[in-house]
Design a protein around this ligand. Structure first.
Ligand code: LLP
Length: 426
């Protein structure tokens, strides 16, 4: 459920008409709903807490890559969320949003020595080690700084899942994590050397997962490894179960609800006596955000094909171009009737800048406002300034208030970040 609803024929974000935001901020713009963020966090937190093996010992570490806006992070942080981060920049964002270091997890396949040093000095809760070479480097950095971090070994359980090949991470051929036997060896090696403290195992098998089966299989692998490590005398007190739960982008998609997911996790963790970590991204934020855009014009071809040209483009919302992703398009003014199919495109000079083909919509005219729904995850955080289009702004709504939480840069700012080389100066 989200809080973007038509009230008296006009689409609102909570109590704020989206047309008011367009008047103040211009378009395109991302708009997020605090009530939806809060609801999604609470539904998951309560579902986890209702399972005895998880109650009071589960941390939801929001995957910052899904939406890294400081106000979004601060909203979730105040509810109790931690942060799953994959770069120094993301750690800095989480800290700047008020999320304490002891709720920050540092993941990622290619952390540099400088980033590892920063994470150690910051005192993050846990570093998820993704390979043998990374463990070697982390041990050297830990020895040099004299700081002994808690680590988890990220396991590649050989079970991949997800909404698109480009976002599947747990399969044998994917670059993430280490296979089971190697992970057991790394755990023992790390414990022996003593520069880092192995506390657990981690996995994340993919994103936009709609079926609990692969997740259940992956968690069974972690449970089995936990028993084997303990039988060898190792301490295993944390299992990081990653993120990945899908969301209903389109009618007919029925991802498992958080309660069903939590029940499955509860069963998988029963008797293990571990703290659990969760790294949801999309689940918390996708349906808490829309991309608000305006129709520039409608271009009707002689063959009748209609192009709906918006002022939002692939640089603002990459997902359709990159993953053929579906995002519902909804007119801001409740328009009745069906005009028929439109090809929905942006102004960027590539055919890839197509949001949808043959989408059935009510009649839309130049100047009309529309939103792409489900755009709160991997929308603004993946945006760029391709075609020298200023970075899309972000707005946070709470009740009948709204605030611009990332302004649209003006052209002086955009150009001011660069300079001419001295030999080109005059
Ligand atoms: N943990 C790790 C280690 C991850 O790599 C990811 C996402 C997550 C957690 C959060 O996954 P989620 O709960 O959001 O599924 N840009 C793509 C999604 C890429 C996901 C990358 N990793 C998209 O727009 O669909």
């Amino acid at each position: 459920m989200d809080h973007f609803q038509h009230i008296d024929g006009a689409l609102h974000a909570e109590g704020v008409p989206l047309a008011d935001i367009a008047d103040t901020v211009g378009t395109p713009a991302y708009v997020y709903s605090t009530a939806t963020l809060t609801r999604h966090y609470r539904v998951l937190a309560e579902a986890l807490d209702a399972q005895a093996p998880l109650a009071g010992r589960a941390l939801i570490a929001f995957a910052v890559k899904a939406n890294s806006n400081l106000s979004v992070l601060a909203t979730l942080g105040r509810l109790g969320a931690g942060a799953d981060t994959v770069s120094e920049g993301e750690i800095r964002r989480a800290l700047a949003a008020g999320i304490p270091a002891d709720r920050i997890i540092f993941s990622g396949v290619g952390k540099t020595d400088a980033e590892l040093t920063f994470a150690l000095q910051t005192g993050v809760r846990q570093i998820n080690v993704e390979s043998g070479p990374e463990l070697d480097r982390l041990e050297r950095v830990a020895e040099a700084t004299g700081i002994r971090p808690d680590i988890a070994i990220r396991v590649n359980p050989g079970v991949g899942a997800g909404g698109h090949a480009k976002i599947t991470t747990g399969g044998g051929g994917d670059k993430f994590g280490v296979p089971v036997e190697e992970a057991l060896d790394l755990y023992a090696r790390a414990a022996r050397a003593g520069h880092v403290r192995p506390v657990g195992l981690a996995c994340h098998i993919g994103s936009q997962i709609l079926d609990l089966g692969p997740l259940r299989d992956a968690f069974a692998v972690l449970a089995d490894m936990t028993r084997r490590l303990r039988a060898d005398g190792h301490t295993v007190r944390v299992l990081d179960l990653g993120g990945g739960l899908g969301v209903p982008y389109e009618p007919g998609l029925t991802p498992p609800d958080p309660a069903t997911y939590a029940a499955m996790v509860g069963e998988a963790m029963a008797g293990l006596d571990v703290d659990t970590l969760f790294e949801p991204g999309r689940l918390l934020v996708a349906n808490a955000g829309v991309l608000l855009a305006r129709v520039i014009h409608v271009n009707v071809r002689p063959d009748g094909r209609r192009f709906l040209v918006l002022d939002a483009a692939m640089n603002d919302l990459m997902r359709p171009a990159l993953y053929d992703a579906f995002h519902p398009l909804v007119p801001v003014r409740d328009a009745a009737g069906v005009k028929g199919p439109y090809d929905v495109v942006g102004p960027v000079c590539e055919t890839g800048d197509t949001f949808a083909r043959a989408r059935t919509l009510p009649e839309l005219l130049a100047g009309d406002l529309v939103v792409f729904k489900g755009a709160g995850a991997y929308g603004a955080s993946m945006a760029s300034e391709y075609n020298s289009r200023p970075l899309v702004p972000e707005v946070l709504v709470s009740g009948d208030r709204f605030a611009v939480v990332r302004p649209r840069p003006d052209y002086d700012t955009l150009l001011g970040r660069e300079s001419r080389a001295p030999w080109l100066a005059d």
